[in-house]
Structure formats: structure tokens, C-alpha cells
Design a protein around this ligand. Structure first.
Ligand SMILES: NC(=O)c1ccc[n+]([C@@H]2O[C@H](COP(=O)([O-])OP(=O)(O)OC[C@H]3O[C@@H](n4cnc5c(N)ncnc54)[C@H](O)[C@@H]3O)[C@@H](O)[C@H]2O)c1
Length: 251
């Protein structure tokens, strides 16, 4: 029970990595607030957790909307009195070659994947400063380090998340708030299930462990970063990637 008594917000909690992390945090004793645009999914996850004896609520939030993000944090504080953990994880992708990438999709991806992380972390950090501390984890990607083809907006946003995470870590350290990122490689979720088979195979070939990762493998890394075990870890991006970033060459 590494998160006993903690109040944790998780964006993108209805599906994939967010859902797995919500279940794990709840199993470790946290009360989890699932923020998502997909309310059916978020409510289902919250119900599964409460049916299992845990504590969870689902709250509708579009992370790209500053007013909704503030409302999300305000609701958590109103219901539970504090906010100890923010996992800014919600994300989307648009796949297109650079030369054809529509500007509208560039803005859509940046709004959710970068501005959304900024807004969620800022609203949470303001509350954590008042409380005297907290833990923030963002979801970046190995694409924040590598120019993976056909994902220019996504990659630029994830590179931005890595620098945003470092800057927040530096500025918030004096408030006893740690800020770290996780950088997953290919994880089996809705986001990657739509990839054509040939693109999936190419991605697997770039992973030394030779397989996609599982959502629970990412959730456990997030748990480490928000737990007391990571008390002196801040500004770090933890790759959860089966060795992807360690490899230098793509065949
Ligand atoms: N799956 C991978 O291979 C992979 C790899 C690296 C990084 N990531 C990142 O992990 C995070 C989670 O992705 P996933 O793979 O679990 O995908 P997913 O599609 O399974 O889940 C994403 C969740 O975010 C929610 N969401 C989307 N837009 C939102 C918005 N505007 N406001 C609130 N919620 C919103 C969705 O409804 C969904 O529940 C994303 O940031 C993604 O970029 C995923």
C-alpha cells in the first residue's frame, strides 16, 4: 500500500495506460480521480475500482481547456480536501507524412499533448504549493527523442513534454514537488492498435526486447515515480521501452 491515503488525479484514465495506472494506484491505497473526455469509459473504470473496495471518481475534462482543467482540480479538492499526485497522461496522435500533415491536426495534437500537460500540471502544482508538496508525472514518449516517421506533431509535442517536465522540476523543487516523465515505447493500446501491420512490425524490429510493452509495465513505472521510493528523483524521463532508446541503429 505505497499510496495509502494519497489523492491522485489521472488524465486519460478511461483507457490504456491511464486505466492501468488508475487500477494500480487504487490497489496501492490511493483515491483516484479519473479525468477524461470519454465519460462512459472513465465511469466504468471508477466503478470497477469502487466495486473492488477502492476509492475512485470519474470527472469529465478536456485537458486542452484551461477552465475545465481548473474545474477538474477544484472538484478533486472540494471532494477530497487535497491533491497529492497528478499523472498528466491524456494524449492523442495523428499520423501523416510531414509534407502532407494538416495544420489543423498539428494544432489538435499540440493542444492535447503539450498544452494539456502544461495546464494540468500548473493547476495541480498551484494546489500542491499550498499543501507543501506533491508528485507530478507526465507521459512523454520515445518519440520525444527520435524522429519517428509520420508523427511530426506528436513527436514535437512529446519533445516539448520532456523539456516542460525538466523546467517544472527545477522551479517546483523548492516547494517539495517532484516532476518526472515516463517515455514509453510501443504499448499495446487503442493508440497503437490502429497502426497498419507493416508499421507495427517495423516498430517491433526497433525494440531490442522484440515486443510491444504492456500497460501494466508502464503503470508500475508511474507508481515508482509517485511513491516514496522516488523521493530524490526529479526532472527525469524514465524510458519504459524494452531497450528502444539504448539501440543506436534501425535496420
Ligand atoms: N500506446 C503507446 O504506444 C504509447 C507510447 C508512448 C506514449 N504514449 C502516451 O501514453 C498516453 C496514454 O496513451 P494510451 O496509449 O493509453 O492511449 P489511449 O488512446 O488508450 O488512451 C488515451 C486516453 O486519453 C483520453 N483523452 C484523449 N484526449 C483527451 C482530452 N482532450 N482530454 C482528456 N482526455 C483525453 C482518451 O479518451 C483516452 O482515454 C498518451 O499521452 C500517449 O501519447 C503511448
Amino acid at each position: 500500500m505505497r499510496l495509502q491515503g494519497r489523492i491522485a488525479a489521472i488524465t486519460g484514465g478511461a483507457l490504456g495506460i491511464g486505466r492501468a495506472t488508475a487500477r494500480l494506484f487504487a490497489a496501492e491505497g490511493a483515491t483516484v480521480a479519473l479525468g477524461d473526455v470519454e465519460m462512459n469509459g472513465a465511469e466504468t473504470v471508477a466503478r470497477e475500482i469502487t466495486d473492488g473496495g477502492g476509492r475512485a471518481i470519474a470527472i469529465r475534462v478536456d485537458v486542452g481547456d484551461a477552465g475545465q482543467v481548473q474545474g477538474f482540480v477544484d472538484r478533486i479538492v472540494a471532494d477530497f480536501g487535497r491533491l497529492d499526485v497528478m499523472f498528466a497522461n491524456a494524449g492523442i496522435a495523428h499520423s501523416a507524412p510531414f509534407l502532407d500533415h494538416p495544420e489543423a491536426q498539428w494544432h489538435r495534437v499540440l493542444r492535447v499533448n503539450l498544452t494539456g500537460v502544461f495546464l494540468c500540471c500548473q493547476a495541480a502544482a498551484r494546489q500542491m504549493v499550498r499543501q507543501g508538496g506533491g508528485r507530478i508525472v507526465t507521459t512523454a514518449s520515445i518519440n520525444g527523442f527520435r524522429g519517428v516517421e509520420n508523427l511530426v506533431g506528436y513527436n514535437a509535442a512529446k519533445a516539448g513534454v520532456i523539456e516542460l517536465t525538466k523546467t517544472m522540476a527545477v522551479e517546483l523543487a523548492k516547494h517539495h514537488i517532484t516532476v518526472n516523465a515516463i517515455a514509453p515505447a510501443q504499448i499495446d493500446t487503442r493508440l497503437t492498435r490502429t497502426l497498419p501491420e507493416e508499421a507495427r512490425e517495423r516498430r517491433v524490429q526497433r525494440i531490442p526486447m522484440g515486443r510491444f510493452g504492456d500497460v501494466d509495465e508502464v503503470a508500475r513505472a508511474a507508481l515508482f515515480l509517485v511513491s516514496d521510493d522516488a523521493s530524490y528523483v526529479t526532472g527525469h524521463t524514465l524510458a519504459v521501452d524494452g531497450g528502444y532508446l539504448a539501440g543506436g541503429l534501425w535496420s
